[in-house]
Design a protein around this ligand. Structure first.
Ligand SMILES: NC(=O)C1=CN([C@@H]2O[C@H](COP(=O)(O)OP(=O)(O)OC[C@H]3O[C@@H](n4cnc5c(N)ncnc54)[C@H](OP(=O)(O)O)[C@@H]3O)[C@@H](O)[C@H]2O)C=CC1
Ligand SMILES: O=C(O)[C@@H]1CCC=N1
Length: 277
């Protein structure tokens, strides 16, 4: 085994959307590029990402596994099985902490595919990692020590906030935190389009809606810290006979709450489908 002093702190397998966000977030938070190694399948995005953050690009996945204390599995859920079969021997020899960010892949599935005794942490980040604002869930496996949970937590805290979440709640956490940046972006785009219909330019409409969303997120966090809720902010904005309550009732008539309930249910169902395949 390569001595600990000569191993990278974190080795990323995959350099797609989520790993790029994590690596850029870590770099912006001051994590040294020299502690990171990155590989991918095609050799297209990993070298570019590595260069951008002064990390090391390793074209050989086996070498990355041998030379990393913590290995992050950053590929699609259905791509994990093949990879773990291919590199089982390297993982058995170098015994890294293995972190999976895949939706729908359980700790039990990971442990069944990894060499006996491998320490595993399941993590669910989101793309706001790129700007240091991922709210990330993590959960340790059967062979994971408290020290290894601290290592994974430190990684997650470099890209935002981290909380240990019971694994059975990962599917719903994935919906609310992992998926919702796409849903919120789609919502901002829809709001902006409605603004365009009323005369704003698309850029002005997007800027207004996005900054209102950012401000509202902060207001809700402050409300929660002060023992209040999101509903209190709704009440604060809805003036009697005002514009907001008129718009809100129209949105609720059009299915506002039903839309989000459906979105979360569909994401949770898809997570279960990924787990079963
Ligand atoms: N996107 C998101 O917002 C979030 C994603 N996730 C999870 O993150 C994971 C990645 O998602 P995302 O980044 O969107 O996916 P992408 O398709 O953007 O990236 C997948 C990456 O995995 C690489 N890869 C695939 N197979 C291998 C292999 N055998 N060896 C080395 N590299 C490989 C691909 O390389 P190449 O391009 O060269 O083929 C690519 O760089 C998923 O499991 C997803 O569930 C979790 C939270 C949020
Ligand atoms: O869409 C997906 O499956 C991944 C997981 C959460 C966000 N993106």
């Amino acid at each position: 085994m390569i001595s600990a002093a000569n191993r990278f702190e974190y080795g990323f397998i995959g350099a797609g959307n989520m790993v790029s966000a994590i690596v850029q977030g870590m770099s912006a938070a001051g994590v040294e590029g020299e502690s990171l190694a990155i590989t991918d399948h095609s050799g297209k995005r990993a070298p570019v990402l590595a260069k951008a953050v002064d990390a090391t690009y390793l074209p050989d996945t086996a070498e990355l596994i041998r030379r990393s204390k913590t290995v992050i599995l950053g590929m699609k859920p259905h791509q994990q099985n093949q990879l773990l079969r291919t590199y089982r021997e390297e993982i058995a020899q170098s015994q890294p902490l293995v972190i999976s960010i895949a939706a729908g892949r359980s700790i039990a599935q990971l442990e069944a595919q990894l060499p006996e005794g491998t320490a595993v942490v399941r993590v669910m980040p989101n793309v706001a990692a790129q700007v240091g604002l991922s709210t990330t869930a993590l959960c340790g496996g059967t062979h994971t020590s408290a020290e290894q949970i601290r290592t994974a937590t430190a990684l997650c805290e470099a890209i935002g906030s981290a909380q240990v979440v019971a694994e059975e709640l990962f599917p719903v956490f994935t919906a609310l935190a992992g998926c919702s940046p796409a849903w919120f972006a789609a919502t901002v785009d829809a709001l902006a389009q409605a603004g365009v219909a009323e005369g704003l330019t698309k850029t002005a409409a997007l800027t207004a809606a996005a900054s209102a969303m950012e401000g509202t997120g902060k207001l809700i966090q402050a409300a929660l810290a002060g023992g209040n809720t999101a509903a209190d902010i709704v009440d604060q904005v809805c003036s009697p006979r005002g514009t907001t309550v008129a718009g809100l009732l129209a949105a609720e008539d059009a299915g506002l709450r039903r839309v989000w309930h459906s979105a979360v249910r569909a994401a949770v169902a898809r997570d279960a489908h990924l787990s079963a395949n």
